[in-house]
Each structure stands twice: as structure tokens, then as C-alpha cells.
Design a protein around this ligand. Structure first.
Ligand code: SAM
Length: 193
């Protein structure tokens, strides 16, 4: 994890996720994109662990594949060109962690973005797959069309989760513009990681 400080929602997400992923464990990257989070999870699970990485775009999976090849992590990652809302078809569970870094592919087609309905469904599925003590992180960007609705729907869903079953955090950048990303982190209660 490269140190980027508290100004980066992605860095904060990785920091909070790293405590929940065990060596030899299993994790989901729900939005592989350029492969940075997949690479991060592949390091955490180690040579005997497994990462399932989803993206709807072939370009994203190609970029992720290149990153994994560069570091020799291909064997511990399954790349899936499928919507994360279908993850229950591919991931048997339980998993230690799931990372959602929403929005569009940086350097790709900005019109292809995650969207409220499918994201909410996918996060709910990921929560079902988490082991007790497992965590899901969601970085939501509100600057693209549909981003505000996606953020609102996720906050609504996360706020309604039973507090005895889930610990739910929202991290907001208080002194940045309304377009700053929002980080939601959800831990399945049960045991400490
Ligand atoms: C901000 S990027 C992810 C960045 C990535 N995690 C990284 O570390 O480079 C968002 C990605 O979500 C993908 N995406 C959008 N809708 C999706 C869906 N329903 N299922 C899976 N991926 C989706 C986009 O194709 C895009 O590549």
C-alpha cells in the first residue's frame, strides 16, 4: 500500500480492508478497473489465497492482467468479465473482504459507469458472502451522472443495516467540494479481525 495520506479515499479503504484479509484468505475486487485494488488484494491473500476480480469491460481486465503478470500474481486471481451484481454465481464464500471502487475506468470510456441499482444489489450480496469480522469498502464518486443517486441509495441501504449484525462507517471529506468521494466501510459483526 503506497502511502497517500488521508486525502485519498482509496488509501483509506485499503488501510481498513488490510486488517480483515488473512494470508491464504479470499477477497473480492468488485471493480477491477486498472487493477490497483486487485494487485493490493493479491498481495494480502498471498500465494495460497484467492482474489475474484470483476469488471464489465474487457479493457479493464486486460489492464489488471498486465499488472498481475508484472508482479507474478496471476495464479491467485480469477478475472471475471461479469457485472459484480452476479458475483454469487462465481464466488462460493465466505470471503474476508470486498472492495468496491465505483464510477468509471480512469483512462477509459467515462460513459461506462457503475450504477445505483446494480451496485446496491452487489454490495448486499458481498455482505452475505463476508465471514464474521470481514469488511467491505465502497468508494463512491458523485461527480459523474448518476453518481449522486448511487451514493444516496448506498447510504440509504447501509444506514438500514441491523447494527447488531454490521458496523457501518461513512468517511466524508469535510473541507472539500461536494464532488469529493465518499467512503463507506461495512464490517460484519461477530469477531474482531
Ligand atoms: C474507478 S474504476 C475501478 C478502479 C480499480 N479498482 C483500480 O484499482 O484501478 C471503476 C470500474 O468499475 C467498472 N464497473 C462498472 N460497472 C460495473 C459492474 N456492474 N460490475 C463490475 N464492474 C463494473 C468499470 O468498468 C470500471 O472499470
Amino acid at each position: 500500500m503506497a502511502f497517500k495520506g488521508l486525502g485519498s479515499a482509496v488509501y483509506l479503504a485499503q488501510m481498513l480492508i488490510s486488517e480483515s484479509v488473512k494470508d491464504g484468505g479470499t477477497a473480492i475486487d468488485a471493480t477491477a478497473g486498472n487493477g490497483n485494488d486487485t494487485l493490493f488484494l493479491a498481495r494480502l491473500v498471498g500465494p495460497h489465497g484467492k482474489v475474484y476480480a470483476f469488471d464489465i469491460q474487457a479493457l479493464a481486465l486486460q489492464k489488471t492482467q498486465l499488472q498481475l503478470a508484472k508482479y507474478g500474481y496471476k495464479d491467485r486471481v480469477e478475472l471475471l468479465q461479469a457485472g459484480h451484481e452476479e458475483m454469487e454465481k462465481f464466488v462460493p464464500g465466505p470471503v474476508d473482504a470486498a472492495i468496491f471502487n465505483l464510477g468509471y475506468l480512469p483512462g477509459g470510456d467515462h460513459r461506462v459507469t457503475s450504477s445505483a441499482c446494480t451496485t446496491v444489489r452487489a454490495v448486499q450480496t458481498a455482505l452475505n458472502l463476508l465471514r464474521p469480522g470481514g469488511r467491505a469498502s465502497i468508494v463512491v464518486y458523485t461527480g459523474h451522472p448518476g453518481g449522486n443517486e448511487e451514493c444516496h441509495r448506498l447510504e440509504e441501504m447501509a444506514s438500514a443495516l441491523d447494527g447488531r449484525q454490521f458496523h457501518v462507517l461513512k468517511i466524508d471529506f469535510l473541507n472539500r467540494s461536494g464532488r469529493a468521494p465518499v467512503l463507506i466501510v461495512i464490517e460484519k459483526a461477530g469477531i474482531t479481525p
